[in-house]
Write a protein that binds this ligand. Sequence first.
Ligand code: TYD
Ligand code: MG
Length: 481
Amino acid sequence: MAKNTLSFVCQNCGAAYNRWQGKCESCGEWNTLAEEDATGSVPVSIRSKRKGRTFALESLSGKTQDAPRLSSGMTELDRVTGGGFVRGSVLLVGGDPGIGKSTLLTQATSLMARAGHRIVYISGEEAIAQVRLRAERLGLSDAPVQLAAETSVEDIVSTLSEGAVPRLIVIDSIQTMWTDTVESAPGTVTQVRASAQALIRFAKKTGAAIILVGHVTKDGQIAGPRVVEHMVDAVLSFEGEGSQQFRILRAVKNRFGPTDEIGVFEMTGLGLREVTNPSELFLSERDLGTPGTAVFAGIEGTRPLLVELQALVAPTSLGTPRRAVVGWDPSRLSMVLAVLEAHCGVKLSGHDVYLNVAGGLRINEPAADLAAAAALVSSLVNAQLPTDAVYFGEISLSGVVRPVAQTPARLKEAAKLGFQRAVLPESARGEVGGDAGLSLNAINSLTTLVAEIAARGSRRGESSAPAEKNATPARFRRGEG
Ligand code: TYD
Ligand code: MG
């Protein structure tokens, strides 16, 4: 049926008419007719008034359900979101490029799609083939996720306005999106903000949850996800050391759940693996019996977490000694060092001090003070701490060990992992109901702890084991009362 005259073809359903009309009688759409020439392909003069064109989504299937929260199928992810994605909410997942954001979201969306939800994954960064390759590598090719490589917000909104409302839409990444409504180039603050606004409007209108992926960029050229943080309902940050396998998902802001909750993952050759017992992970490579290591019984969100603190205190060759710290607040280290000097007679001004939190974790709790002090003193006197002990407690400027929250949970986790004693604040002892399952060494002042470690150092010194020849307990023991 070759056409030899001009005809008007509906851009929605393909129905052809020999004169223009406002509504397509075949599909009922308005303003979708465009003039095409005899070759049937080139639309001329009359342009659709619709803002966005529609594009095909891969393998459309699935149905919507009415639960207010959509579980991601990944316990660690649900823990951070506060139990799943809330209808109509918008989440920002930020992180360094290459940290594994796309991997995490590919895994989560596949699980949700398999559970029968309509899930859409819009990639603005990678071609469909690349996304498919990743899914193949993760063994998730069969998941009925609807995929598109698109960057126009108008197109995305008009496409997704059709059919059943998706339960979740992933936009990877917000920096690649652009909207007609503003003139500036994709990736600029104006574009990122306007695109995010349009998508947020869509989420609120339809009830679909949206995840915006944002790269944290160090140079100011490309707008980082910070510019949309105030607009979204939750901000999750995906962190990890490049060289380390561990990835930590942290809720920085959450209108529908707790913040400070973390999810722990391990990047493997087959994608991200959920780590349900992170304490084992952070202790797994423990340098058992090395001076300078102490195990901290911490709390991340609602979950107890044991992690190893490593300290190295060595005589300095510099005028100003070095203080380097990874995974902890440098100003808290300075404070602990100052308290050790002022109240415990531990002289550190001639020493370089290095402190490291094992496994690439970042600790924010003041409760780590006591463990840090123990590790520092242990390294200074070259005396190993008991390998079956955990430490926690906040140190005040006066050298008093102050109580911290959730003592029972910390002790329980330590007992579960086979630790036998805990060094904790005296005032926290009252919180421990009944049998703690550990022998408790409750201390009131940092001086007590320093004296105990120094005693270990000197005892070992007397036994004249070769490794302890260099121990320097005498230097600071003169400061002990
Ligand atoms: P990706 O999810 O693309 O990071 P982002 O979206 O945050 O930029 O992940 C990139 C890195 O993860 C890449 O260096 C390869 C690594 N990776 C694995 O180690 N195993 C895997 O199964 C996958 C898919 C990626
Ligand atoms: Mg990516």
